[in-house]
Write a protein that binds this ligand. Structure first.
Ligand SMILES: [Mn+2]
Length: 292
C-alpha cells in the first residue's frame, strides 16, 4: 500500500491488512455493506447506503473532542454482501453465511444497510453460531418505527416486520428508542410482550440511563430515520418529530463500557455526495468506534 492514498470504497480508517493473529488481543471490528432494498415501500435507494456512507466517512477527524479520544481500533472493511435483488430469502442466506464466518473469526460486525429487513439476517447468524446465546442478548433498537407487525402487505419478512421476526428469535429483551409511529396492534404487542419502548418525546437522559442499566451483551440496530427528516431526509420512510444528531450522539456514547457484540445502521437511501443522511450515518458508526 502506498502512503497518502485512501480508498473511498472502504470505510475511513479501516486497515488493508489488520492483525488477526491470535497474539493480537485488541477487539476486531469488520464493516460489511448490504446493498439490499427490495421490501422498501416508500422511498427506494437503500441499496446505495453502503456506498454513500463509506464516502461520507472520509469527512471526519480521527480525534473525538467530546470523548477526548483518538480512534484506536482495528477495523477492516470486508466489502459488500452479494445480495440478490428482489429476493430476501436468498440475500438472507448469503448474509447469514458471511456474518457467521465473521463471528467465528471473533470479529464484531458493523453492518451498513440496506433496508431494515437485513438486521434479521444478521441476528439469525448469532442464533446459529456457538459464539453467542440469543437468550442473553439485549437488542437496542433506535428507530422512528416499532417494526413489530406480524406481516406487512402479506409479507412476513419486510422492513416493517423486522423487529417482530427478531422477537421470534427470543432475545433477552428488546428496547426501542425514538419511536413516533406504530399501528395500534404494534403498540399492544409491545406492551403485552414486555418490549420497553421510549418515544421521541421522552427525555433523552432517561434513555441514556436505560442504556446504562443494560446488563450483558447488546446488539445495536440504528434505523437512521430515528433522526428527524431535517437531519436524515433520504430514508425509506421519513417521519417528522425525530431526534436531533446531538441526541443520537448521546445515546451512542451511553454505550461506553458496554459489551456491544454487533452494530448496524440501516435505511440510508442517499443518492448523492454530501447528503446529510449518509453523513449522519457515517458519524454514528465512527462515534461507536471511538468508544472502543
Ligand atoms: Mn424506521
Amino acid at each position: 500500500m502506498y502512503l497518502h492514498t485512501e480508498n473511498p470504497l472502504k470505510f475511513a480508517f479501516s486497515q488493508a491488512e489488520p492483525d488477526y493473529s491470535p497474539s493480537n488481543d485488541k477487539p476486531l471490528f469488520g464493516i460489511l455493506g448490504v446493498p439490499f432494498d427490495s421490501t422498501t415501500t416508500y422511498q427506494p435507494g437503500a441499496r446505495y447506503g453502503p456506498l454513500f456512507v463509506r464516502e461520507a466517512s472520509y469527512n471526519f477527524e480521527r480525534h473525538n473532542l467530546f470523548l477526548d479520544k483518538t480512534l484506536n481500533v482495528t477495523v477492516q472493511d470486508i466489502g459488500n454482501l452479494e445480495s440478490v435483488p428482489g429476493n430476501f430469502q436468498k440475500t438472507c442466506t448469503n448474509l447469514e453465511s458471511v456474518v457467521s464466518s465473521i463471528l467465528e473469526d471473533n470479529i464484531t460486525p458493523i453492518t451498513i444497510g440496506g433496508e431494515h429487513s437485513i438486521t434479521y439476517g444478521v441476528l439469525k447468524s448469532y442464533d446459529t453460531t456457538v459464539t453467542h446465546n440469543m437468550q442473553d442478548i439485549t437488542i437496542l433498537h433506535l428507530d422512528a418505527h416499532m417494526d413489530l407487525r406480524d406481516d406487512y402487505m402479506g409479507e412476513k419478512y419486510s422492513h416493517a416486520t423486522v423487529m417482530r421476526r427478531i422477537h421470534d428469535l427470543e432475545p433477552r429483551n428488546i428496547i426501542q428508542m425514538g419511536i413516533r409511529s406504530a399501528s395500534e396492534e404494534e403498540r399492544d404487542f409491545a406492551r403485552d410482550n414486555g418490549i420497553d419502548y421510549h418515544t421521541a418525546q421522552d427525555n433523552i437522559s432517561g434513555m441514556e440511563k436505560t442504556i446504562n442499566q443494560i446488563k450483558g451483551p447488546i446488539y445495536v440496530t440504528v434505523d437512521i430515520d430515528v433522526l428527524d427528516p431535517a437531519y436524515a431526509p433520504t430514508v425509506g420512510t421519513p417521519t417528522p418529530g425525530g431526534l436531533n444528531p446531538r441526541d443520537l450522539e448521546k445515546l451512542i456514547f451511553a454505550l461506553e463500557g458496554k459489551k456491544v457484540i454487533g452494530f448496524d445502521v440501516v435505511e440510508v437511501s442517499s443518492n448523492s455526495i454530501g447528503d446529510t443522511t449518509s453523513i449522519n450515518a457515517a458519524k454514528t458508526i465512527l462515534d461507536f468506534l471511538f468508544l472502543q
